[in-house]
Structure formats: structure tokens, C-alpha cells
Design a protein around this ligand. Sequence first.
Ligand SMILES: [Zn+2]
Length: 515
Amino acid sequence: MTVPLGDREPATSFASRLARRNGCINAWEFCEDMGLKYSLILKGDPTAIAEIARLGGVDAEKLACHTFRRPNLRIVEIGQEIITRTELFRSGIRFCPDCVSSDLAAWPHLGAAAPYQRPEWHLTTIRTCTEHGRALVSFSQLSPRTNRGDFSQAIGEALRELDTPSTHAVLRSPSQLERYLLARLSGRHNKQRDWLDHFPLYAAARLTEVVGCTKLYGLATRRGLLTDDQLQRAGSAGWDILKDGPAGFERFLEGPVKAFWSSRHDAGPKSLLGPMYEWLAENDTDPAYHLAREVISAFLLRTIPFGVKNRVFGTPVGRRRIWSIHTLAKETKQHPKRLRKLLITRGIIGRESAELSDHRVTFPADNSVSDFLEEIGELMSQKAARAYLKTSRSQMAVLIRADTLVPYATEEGSVAIRPLFLKRHLDDFLRRLTIDAISTAIPPSRSVNIPKAAKAARTSAAAVVDLLLRRRLIHVSRDPDLQGYFSILVDPAEVRDRLRDATFSLAESFSGPTG
Ligand SMILES: [Zn+2]
């Protein structure tokens, strides 16, 4: 006796129904009686499938097309699709009660041999019957005598135990993800149209659900703790994100990253993307997820101020691409407040960033930042600069007032900052000041230091310094016992003469041409 082949029915289900129809204990025994091995049909062996098709009087090619093949212990294949065994429902059977009822109604004379298995009932990420809009029912309490590989036997037991299975299945609209997966599983999908088409079926399914979980339930939620209903909604949310390909994925990644900015965590990809990242990192030997990892890596490297030692999916970041005030403060051991002001003064960040936290103000690690880093490495406070020049507080004040010494950064607009000096500017100042100085063991008798010369010439120290910088003095020497500013000795009489010359030439220029 035979049974009619169901739409997309796999050979395993067909053989199992034939067994039941012919009154055999199970599919293994039936096949054995027919000179066949059911274990070969379970493996998707084409010869065994052709044989059972011949026995049942159905088209072998059609039967093979919807039957799982098991090339190794890790994966199963169906049509052009690959599914890892971990993505299969393996603790019992799953079915749509309405599909089963319609089979029973369609072939009432077959009784328990009427219901046939749909391939999608094996895939854990398809959770709803797209035909009836009903959640699939899982039945895991099979008795030891029943093998889930024998569908007819297993469904018979489930129907007996569950009484009215439809009461166990909520009405639910199938998600776009479930429709998509089913289309691929059935060989009806036009491949290479969507970004997800580049993923093996199992990876497209799992990635979409994981992304949706992060979207709907946040970074703290573990997927394993969610209900079937919640996971189905996650699949739907993930589909809305990934249907737009990498652009959609990146738009989604902006969300968790934005939330991260308001936190105080250090920028590690794990704390940024939570379980989604961990899951992709755990599967980093599986090339199926390579495209997803690529999008995440590129996005993170472009937006997050990772240090060179940070790793993204095991690969060291290598060079810094982005700084934040926070990371730069850590790197330079500068106070972030001071750094922020300096960055604004140097035009590296805008004033509009004043509202943002140190973590959230980011800027590319380009040449202007490299120059800035070199500069802040040699910045000195006014006190340190004074010590470096070996001058006094009052002399320093005079030179600053006269703009002879110009601080690197100082009060500007709303950004208040104490004057800071660059070492290279101070070195240059000292070099120019002493360029004409002769080092003598015994200084000329009339020579005195700058402030004394200024007093004797009734001028300011800034004016004497100005003459030195413009190289207008001939008699310049250095006190061998001193260093820096106070070691420079000038002749007050010469200072007086040069200043008088300057006054004359100024007066002449004011009187204008006489002729
Ligand atoms: Zn159904």
C-alpha cells in the first residue's frame, strides 16, 4: 500500500508514512523488509531515496530535493542550503497543528499515516507556520520506544499525548525572516538579491535573530533566556535591520555605540556590543560570519577611540585612528579639562563639544593631533618656564606684558586657561638673546645684567631684550658663573645710545620730509 507524497515532503517522512500504512512497527523495519536501509535515507543517500521513491511510486528527483543530506556530523544540506546541526531542533519533533489537521482531513482513509513532515519544522529559527499563522508546537517527551527520526511514529505519539495540539499553539503572524528562510529552504528564493543571501542559511537565520535580540532586549539579555515568542519577535526586528544590508547593519550599530558613550566603560568591543560581539567572536573560525564581522570591524575602527593594544575579533587595532579626550588624557597623563581647553584653542575640536563628556568628544588621529601631542609633551607652566629661563617673577611678567614671551595657550573667549609655554619657544628665545654674547672669564667692568641695565638706562627690561633680539648691541657678554636670563650682560651706556638713536629716527620719521 502507498501514500500520496506531500508538498515538499522529505524522503524520511515518506518512508515513515509508508511503514505506518503497511502496518510495520517502525521505518527501519519496513525498509529492512523492502531490502533497504532507513539509516541511508536519513543520511540523504540518493540511491536509497531513489529506491523508496520507486517503491512508493513517486518522483525520485522531487523527493530528493526536499530531503536533508548529512555529509558529516556537523552539517546537513538541503537543496543549495547548508544548516549546522546545532540549528536543528533535535530534542523531539515540531509541527504545525493546523498542517497536521489538514493532512488528516485531506486523506481520512490514511489515519495516522496521513500527516507528513515539512522540512522547515527542523529549523529552530523558523518558529511559525507561514501557511496557518500559528506558532509551531514542540513535543519533546517522546517515549523511549519512539524515535524522532520516524516522523509517523513520533507525530502519532504527540497527537495522543497533547490531546488537542492546536490549543498549545498561539496564533501568530509569521515574520519576514521566517518567510525568507522558508523561501530559501524550499528552493524558491531568488539568490544574490539580498545581503543575507551571501550567508549560508543557518548563519543568515542566526545572525538576524541575534541582532534582533540586541535591538529589542538590550546588551544585558542572554538569548538562551528568551521565550519562543520573544525570539520570533527578535527575528522580525533583526530582519528589519539586515534587509538593508551593511548600511542597515551600521545604522543599527550606532545605537549600542551611542548608549556606550554615556557610560564610563573603556571602549572594548565586548562592552560596546555585548553578547552579539561575543557570539561572533566565539564563532570566529566559522567563515560564514565573516561578512558580519567585517562590517562590525570597519564600523568600530571608524568610530571608536581604540588604543593600539585593543583587539577587534582577535586582530590588534595596530594604529590609532580615533582619539577621545578621555583616551588622550590617559595617554598623555594630562588633566582632561586642561586638554579639552587646549584642543579647543588649537581648533582640533569645536566649541560645540563643550556639552559632551570626555568619552564622547572624538577626533581623528591625524597630523594635527600628532603635532599637538608633541607640543603638549613639552608644555610648561609659567612657574616652570621662569625656572627654565632662570629669571625672576617680575622679569617674566614684564616680558609677557610686552609680548616678548607669548604663551602657547592662554585665556581666549570662554576658554580660561593659565598661560603655558612651549619649551621650543623658550629655547629659541634664549638662543636669540645670547647669539651675540661673548663668554669671557672676566666680564667687562661696565657690563651689568638686563634689569640693571634697564634701570641705568631708564628704560624697561623688555626694551633691552628687544635690542638684543634685534641684534642692535655689540657689547654683549655672559657671566660665566650664571646661566639663562640673568647671565646675559650688556653695557648700559650702549643701551642708552641705541635707544636714543631709535628716538631720533622715530622723531625724524614723524617730522616728515623737509625739502
Ligand atoms: Zn500549518
